[in-house]
Design a protein around this ligand. Structure first.
Ligand code: NAP
Length: 252
């Protein structure tokens, strides 16, 4: 089966890393479901894919809500085809030092990253098992190794790694691989918001980050899209349960 016959779902694909991954997978030949909280926010990503000759569908869903996920996956199956590639990318930050962190901020981050990836993967896995082919790519982070002010986010991103390894063990015999990408600093609205929170201009914040990165630049969403493209490919079928740090240098 060629990529032309395959459907991929990318969550949090209205912008940032998810949008770049969605566009790249469409370039690779997949039909791509562009899923984000607000369906209308997916329009730019879908239009860009269609303008380049690809096929895409906007899907509005909250990955942390079970009913919303069920309805979203049903819509993808009906309008685009049974999904066999899933990129669990949707994410949020609610940074604070532990002593100031609220229970709501802890729960919100856990719910989008961990509950979201769990619900999406559980809803999609049966199409992969039926097809005897599947590729699951989960977005972790270098923050999984610990990051001041991110006790919730780092715990969620470390959790994504354990989740990934267990998926690899359970689903491998059905032709399904699961891997995690752990990005370092990537220039997106998420890191722009962090710059604003610490009172720095985004340009200064990126410069400071780049000075600590061995390849001497910050990452771009396309850096992650390239890695996701590899992990989703047919030829990557013997790579499973891995965490790939895409951070411009060694991180683990
Ligand atoms: P971003 O620009 O903030 O984009 C995240 C997208 O996810 C947004 O469109 C957001 O929608 C969507 N989203 C949030 N909650 C959702 C939910 N419950 N259901 C569906 N969609 C939801 O972030 P990014 O920088 O591209 O990050 C993408 C992923 O990479 C995240 O998992 C992030 O943790 C991870 N990551 C990023 C970096 C980095 O440096 N940027 C580094 C390591 C890991 P709204 O706009 O409506 O909120």
């Amino acid at each position: 089966m060629s990529t032309q016959d395959r459907t991929a779902i990318v969550t949090g694909a209205a912008r940032g890393i998810g949008a770049a991954v969605a566009k790249r997978l469409a370039d690779d030949g997949y039909r791509v479901a562009v899923l984000d909280l607000d369906e209308s926010a997916c329009k730019d990503t879908v239009s860009a894919i269609e303008a380049a000759g690809g096929k895409a569908l906007s899907v509005g869903a909250d990955v942390s809500d079970e009913q919303s996920v069920t309805a979203a996956v049903e819509k993808v199956v009906a309008e685009l085809g049974e999904p066999t590639v899933l990129i669990n990318n949707a994410g949020i930050t609610r940074d604070n030092l532990l002593f100031k962190m609220t229970v709501d901020d802890w729960d919100a981050v856990m719910n989008v990253h961990l509950r979201g990836a769990f619900l999406m993967t559980r809803a999609v896995q049966r199409y992969m098992v039926d097809a005897k082919f599947g590729r699951i790519v989960n977005l972790s982070s270098t923050s999984a190794l610990g990051n001041r002010g991110q006790v919730n986010y780092s715990a969620a991103k470390a959790g994504m790694q354990g989740f990934t390894k267990t998926l690899a063990i359970e689903l491998g015999k059905f032709g399904v691989t699961a891997n995690a990408i752990a990005p370092g600093f990537i220039a997106t609205e998420m890191t722009a918001a962090t710059a604003e929170r610490v009172g720095a201009s985004f340009e200064d914040y990126k410069k400071a980050a780049a000075s600590q990165i061995p390849v001497a630049r910050v990452g771009e969403p396309e850096d992650i899209a390239h890695t996701a493209s590899f992990l989703a490919s047919e030829g990557a079928g013997f790579v499973s349960g891995q965490v790939i740090y895409v951070a411009g240098g060694p991180k683990d």
